[in-house]
Design a protein around this ligand. Structure first.
Ligand SMILES: [Mn+2]
Length: 326
């Protein structure tokens, strides 16, 4: 008996994605939803949190792949709550009371394992786990075009456009499902609105470049983290730049995104130091991010502009010639 077939005894199952569901969470929920409804179980896909899905790529994904995810403040009556791409009780997913809990996730273990949990962070996407679990039950994902598109898009977005894709199982899914899908091409190329493009253009047009220490500071009008990342990815391509820092304002302060191509100044270390005592930062040596609290910054720096604070800190960081190689 495979992992999923143990749940066929239930009459109703609610599959819950984390708040602000991403393509991987939606794809995983579709895989499980299809399996359970095929077996006659009354199944629903839900997510909580303040915001309902508004991003165009997600709405288009739900439409072309047929993913009936519902935004809800209350859990519909159900015998089993199954979390996907998230774990029960963790901050990124609204906590609903339910008679029984199951989990399918690929993040670091947060909760206690039970025989109803499948949590393995050696997978790069939750879609890959669901793909394997379905195979184990004899379900052929290869025969379901909508599911193939969903799984590939989930993997694509969870591996920085396949750039970071390297694990064997995830590569195996990509090879098994890959084909020419016009819908997937459109999904891959719809992560920005025209407004976002203009914000990025404006931000790049007004960037600050420190020629001596070779870093770029880019201030963007209010935008999403993914847009900051796109701006940073472009800025770090500049031949003379070693580090780029892009930032934007959020409710309680500033979101920052760091890119590096000089391992004397790894992005994660730069992000940590930029946010030290006024927020939190970290990530990988080439890409990292963080946030600065406006309250903490004002406490420490009076009413200095955030750009001046960042420049001041960058000058200090890039003076320490041998920052720890991470
Ligand atoms: Mn994921």
């Amino acid at each position: 008996m495979g992992f999923l077939s143990q749940f066929l005894k239930y009459k109703s199952i609610c599959i819950q994605c984390h708040n602000n569901p991403d393509p991987d969470a939606l794809a995983s929920s579709l895989g499980l939803y299809t399996y359970f409804t095929d077996h006659g179980i009354d199944t629903r896909i839900v997510y909580g949190g303040r915001e309902s899905i508004k991003k165009k790529n997600l709405l288009y994904m739900m439409e072309v792949c047929g993913i009936p995810a519902e935004h809800t403040a209350e859990l519909p009556k159900t015998e089993l709550l199954m979390m996907v791409d998230a774990q029960y009780g963790q901050g990124n997913a609204q906590k609903f009371e339910a008679p029984e809990i199951a989990v399918v996730d690929h993040h670091t273990l947060y909760m206690k394992r039970t025989d109803k949990t499948f949590i393995d962070n050696t997978y790069q996407s939750c879609s890959t786990i669901v793909w394997e679990l379905l195979k184990e039950e004899g379900y052929s994902v290869e025969d379901n075009r909508k599911m193939r598109i969903a799984f590939l898009y989930g993997l694509y977005t969870d591996t920085s456009s396949y750039v970071d894709l390297y694990k064997e199982k995830d590569c195996a899914m990509r090879s098994a499902l890959r084909d020419d899908y016009p819908e997937l091409e459109r999904l891959k190329k719809s992560c920005m609105t025209v407004g976002d493009l203009m914000i990025a253009g404006d931000a790049l047009n007004n960037c600050y470049f420190n020629t001596e220490r070779r870093y770029l500071i880019i201030s963007a009008m209010h935008c999403e983290q993914s847009i900051l990342g796109i701006i940073g990815d472009m800025a770090i391509m500049v031949d003379a730049a070693k580090v780029s820092v892009s930032f934007t304002d959020v409710d309680n302060g500033y979101q920052i995104s760091v890119r590096s191509c000089d391992w004397d100044y790894p992005a994660n270390v730069v992000a940590e130091k930029l946010c030290e005592n006024i927020g939190n930062g970290g990530g990988h040596k080439d890409k990292a991010g963080g946030n600065i609290s406006r309250e903490l910054m004002n406490e420490k720096y009076g009413h200095q502009e955030v750009t001046d604070v960042i420049i001041q800190r960058m000058n200090e960081i890039m003076l320490e010639s041998h920052i720890i190689h991470s």
